[in-house]
Design a protein around this ligand. Structure first.
Ligand SMILES: N[C@@H](CCC(=O)N[C@@H](CS)C(=O)NCC(=O)O)C(=O)O
Length: 236
């Protein structure tokens, strides 16, 4: 039995973290038995969520978890697509994880309304006196993260232009197809669904989400994936 350390359902999503959503979809695709446990981020092996415990072996990072499932358990996430298609797929995954993700965390954590509607829940059980200090520390860390990554230095209209471009690219890729790469599901869908659903999450307001919600092909892709992999969640 594999244990996935994530958050479990939050914000109308399977997990607060898109990387944990991605990992849970990969586990579902693998067919291996697994259970989800609420992670204590202070115990994260690399300071980040998600991680898994596979029979005592601790594996951090969704990318390494995917590799572990392939190597240790012989799982094939390729969906039988060609190396060329899988090359596009990997580029899509990294665009979502290493580019779009940073716009989304900035919007979710550093916009005060969105923070109140979502991440504030992580701090609810803390002693009231300590809470503002810890929240301040975490928000400084997020600000520094997006500054260092570079997205945090852009002006709002520049950010929106870049996000729109990525969303347009994803729309062009999935249009007329059931899954990201065609008629068969593959590992790329775990990432694509996780990050698109996270941007579109109804709790959060943003120009990015508004733009995404105007894209029927992407909206129906998110809904299809959610109905297939997380039928117990309310439809997005
Ligand atoms: N490359 C990692 C990224 C994981 C990640 O950034 N997780 C975020 C949550 S969405 C996290 O744990 N952040 C806490 C921190 O950076 O302190 C993966 O693929 O799992």
């Amino acid at each position: 039995m594999i244990t996935l350390y994530g958050t479990g359902p939050m914000f109308g999503l399977p997990h607060a973290s898109p990387f944990a959503i991605k990992t849970e979809v990969l586990l579902k695709l693998s067919g291996l038995p697994y259970t989800v446990v609420r992670a204590d981020i202070r115990k994260a092996p690399r300071g980040k969520m998600p991680w898994i415990d596979d029979g005592g072996e601790i594996i951090p990072d969704s990318r390494l978890i995917k590799r572990h499932l392939e190597v240790r358990h012989g799982i094939d996430f390729s969906g039988d697509y060609s190396p060329r298609a899988l090359g596009y797929g990997l580029a899509i995954e990294r665009m979502l994880e290493d580019h779009l993700y940073f716009f989304n965390i900035e919007n979710r954590w550093l916009d005060s309304d969105n923070f109140a509607a979502g991440p504030a829940q992580f701090f609810e059980r803390m002693p009231a006196l300590l809470r503002p200090l810890i929240i301040g520390m975490v928000l400084r860390k997020v600000r520094r993260q997006v500054e260092l990554q570079g997205t945090g230095r852009l002006k709002p209209d520049e950010k929106l232009a870049l996000v729109r471009r990525a969303i347009d690219a994803l729309e062009a890729v999935v249009s007329g197809q059931h899954y990201m790469l065609g008629g068969r599901v593959c590992g790329v869908d775990a990432t694509a669904y996780a990050f698109l659903a996270s941007i579109a999450a109804p709790q959060f307001r943003s120009d990015y989400a508004d733009y995404l919600r105007q894209k029927p092909e992407l909206v129906s892709y998110i809904a299809r994936m959610q109905a297939e992999f997380f039928p117990d969640l309310p439809a997005p």
